[in-house]
Design a protein around this ligand. Structure first.
Ligand code: GLY
Length: 399
């Protein structure tokens, strides 16, 4: 695997004093924040046992849905985090009920025609296997990896994001979000000894680094490759403001996704790349350090995307874990993660007494589509909780 990142620009972090000192995010702070998360999970545990929260809230309330969205596993992942933190069997019980639902979904091929199999089966089943040794969950997750690699175009070296492989609108289209789905493949190689999963993941991350990341270290949301010739075609957006703007959550998927591939490949250039994406991101934050939904906006009335901030915090914590103490950027990025977590807790969490059943407010799912705008998004809740867990223990990733 060869990832060339030298030509990609690394901006200097502006106003670096924002991140020079650690904010007051001590253990007591984090435990208080976790108590809020657990209270909100408990509020919904019964409703979301046989059903799942929708991808986004409406008026801050997630409706119950069947296991059909790309996002259902974020709730199950939160249950595993809650089980891991508290040891309380009530969370494990519900998570295990949900594994049956993920099994059925895969067997019946219900809404699995996309790359998000990684999110779905890592957080529901790989987590179960890693935490409890659940062999059935392991087998389901391997089957999900088998399905995910059918989306690979070998000439282009990429996993197609959405839809039928012959759909002209989607054929050969990769997206930055897919970085997060590759751990399922690396893991499948580890547990089966078959190298094919890992080879596909490495090929995809290499192509994502080469084509989705722009020269200025911003990212396209999506990028088309010609599956017949392997030729790179063009980038465009689906959820961002414009084709040439930088969708904040896409950047966040990159900031976290490249270090996840580093974890499995040990290719340091992936960390260097994530640093560059991070600096681009940090330089476009407003005063409270929580990004707008697209990084083209740096002040004004546009909505924030708290979910992108939570993903970024996890990405920074993963990235800095691998950086040596001698690296002067390590503390800066760690502090940046803490500053974001403090801001999220203090300004973006739902009222514990309210009927809001999410954790974070002020996220944006799909602005142009009018879906989940200034609402809670279930992945934002998951990543916020994951970041908190990372701050209280040496967390062994589900990814
Ligand atoms: N992966 C889709 C999204 O971030 O909205």
């Amino acid at each position: 695997m060869t990832v060339f990142v030298d030509e990609i620009k690394k901006e200097q972090i502006q106003n670096i004093e924002r991140f020079e000192a650690a904010p007051a995010v001590d253990r007591a702070f984090v435990e208080k924040a976790i108590q809020h998360v657990l209270a909100k999970i408990d509020q919904s545990l019964e409703v979301f046992t046989d059903k799942f929260p929708d991808s986004n809230s409406e008026n801050l309330v997630y409706k119950p849905i069947e296991n059909v969205e790309w996002t259902t596993s974020f709730w199950t992942g939160m249950l595993w985090l809650a089980y891991e933190y508290t040891g309380d069997e009530k969370y494990r019980k519900v998570a295990e009920i949900q594994i049956d639902s993920f099994k059925e979904r895969l067997e019946k091929r219900i809404e699995v025609d996309h790359h998000d199999l990684g999110f779905l089966y890592t957080l529901s089943c790989v987590s179960a296997y890693k935490l409890t040794g659940n062999e059935e969950a392991k087998s389901i997750a391997i089957q999900a990896a088998d399905l995910l690699i059918t989306r690979y175009h070998d000439k282009a070296g990429i996993i197609q994001a959405w839809g039928d492989l012959n759909d002209p609108a989607q054929r050969g289209r990769m997206i930055i979000d897919c970085n997060m789905n590759l751990p399922l493949l690396y893991w499948a190689s580890e547990v089966t000894g078959k190298t094919i999963y890992r080879e596909i993941a490495e090929s995809h991350i290499e192509q994502a680094a080469k084509y989705i990341v722009r020269q200025d270290a911003s990212t396209f949301h999506t990028y088309y490759m010609d599956p017949e010739t392997g030729k790179p075609l063009y980038g465009n957006t689906h959820q961002g403001y414009a084709d040439d703007s930088c969708w904040a959550r896409g950047q966040a998927w990159g900031i976290y996704g490249f270090p996840l591939s580093y974890h499995y490949t040990q290719d340091w250039s992936l960390i260097e790349l994530s640093k560059k994406l991070t600096n681009y991101y940090l330089n476009r934050l407003p005063e409270d350090q929580i990004c707008y939904w697209d990084l083209i906006f740096t002040d004004g009335e546009e909505e924030r995307d708290s979910s992108a901030a939570a993903i970024t915090a996890c990405g920074l914590l993963e990235m800095t874990k691998h950086m040596p103490l001698t690296d002067p950027e390590k503390k800066v990025y760690e502090n940046a993660a803490l500053v974001m977590m403090q801001s999220l807790y203090e300004n973006y969490t739902t009222d514990i007494q309210s009927e809001a059943n999410g954790i974070l407010k002020h996220a944006v799912y799909y602005k142009a589509g009018g879906r989940g705008v200034d609402e809670s998004c279930i992945w934002g809740d998951y990543y916020y909780f994951e970041a908190l867990i990372r701050l209280v223990k040496d967390w062994k990733m589900y990814w």
